[in-house]
Design a protein around this ligand. Sequence first.
Ligand code: F0G
Length: 458
Amino acid sequence: MELPFSESYKIKMIEPLKRSTREQREAWMKEAKYNLFKLKSDKVFIDLLTDSGTGAMSDRQWAAIMTGDESYAGARSFHELKDTVKRIMGFDYFLPTHQGRAAENVLFSVMVKEGDIVPGNSHFDTTKGHIEFRKATAVDCTIDEAFDTTLNHPFKGNLDLEKLEKVYKGYPKEKISCCIVTVTCNSSGGQPVSIQNMKDVYALSKKYGIPVMYDSARFAENAYFIKLREEAYKDWTIKEIVAEMYKYADYATMSSKKDGLVNMGGFIGFKDEETYRKACTFNIMFEGFVTYGGMAGRDMAALAVGLDEATEFDYLETRIKQVEYLGEKLREYGVPIQYPIGGHAIFVDANKILPNVPKEQFRAQTLGVELYLEGGIRGVEIGAILADRDPVTRENRYPKLELLRLAIPRRVYTNNHMDYIAAALKNVYDRRDQIKAGLEITWEAPIMRHFTVELKKA
Ligand code: F0G
């Protein structure tokens, strides 16, 4: 008999989960104004809100915590981390920050000016937020294939070179801050970018004198997909692939809360000294001195270990196979999700499940609320609420896709939990025709409204 796949780690510490009744959940959801971000975590049974900072650290990482160096300047833990980033990604210059958006804030303070254009592949919401906050414009150049959830394209995170060149031709070089390549592309479904596309984007950008920046939150998962799907790299190690990926980037921002395998942290990588020097001033102002940037020494030590673990094939295989396991169950149950299955999450197609709910009543958010009521599972809306209003017209933006993201924390849940999630979603799917009304906004913030929005039943 062929031996089945099994996890590449065992569990040394556990945390109890609390069950609840549907009646309790109905009351809690109403109290939380139908915003899943407002629920207390002990009211959630399986938390798939995000894979960011929610992973489990390894015994080696916890050991590193105990030996972290808390010196204000020049800490050994800083140098361990800086050397690890150089070894894995190849950046000569490095600044720690407290998380990914802080890295964006520091780097964009140097690079993005009012009136600038910033092309990329479906910029993440904080990235877009930092661009729009500076009165610059993010232009989405993702390939069209990414927007068809049923299409099986191996690299739906890729940038469309024609769209990108149109931007490069349409504006003077001084107006284009940089091109952002998000690996993997969260907003288009955790979809990877191929090395070929990275090479092409870099070559085109160099031709027009534009720097390239990688939003690196899930760079290791991206490398895993390259190994599996891009023929030329099938025999390369993950670390070799990562090194190759970063040959085609001038800068990187990192949210270490994902593929850094830590609960908090971020950094910026630079190839040129000049930008690094300018960024140091902003880092000191916003984050902390250049050798800690908002991170404790022990956390930098754990991150150095985490980056090494996240770029090991066995870890990535366990991780991505679990996401795939859930996706395959849902496929079996006929629940429409985005294909191919992405790296960190399942993206459920709410437009297909709830076409009877008017799009103005937020289909993906409605589906998220239903899934919580059904099984105490918390996902997150990637749809019109997240897309926010147009900064100029203030009209609601309705993206092509209304998705409910079920993000899987790293090394946290078992496949029994995946079975439970799939069954709960199947139950919602089976009664989809009875769900005809969605939600209405009663209060929203002027920017990044999804975190704090308040809703009521329509
Ligand atoms: N870039 C990407 C692609 C991200 O997914 C995130 C965060 C960030 C940047 C910002 O990093 O949270 O450390 O400040 N994504 C989380 C998520 C919040 O749930 O997908 P951060």
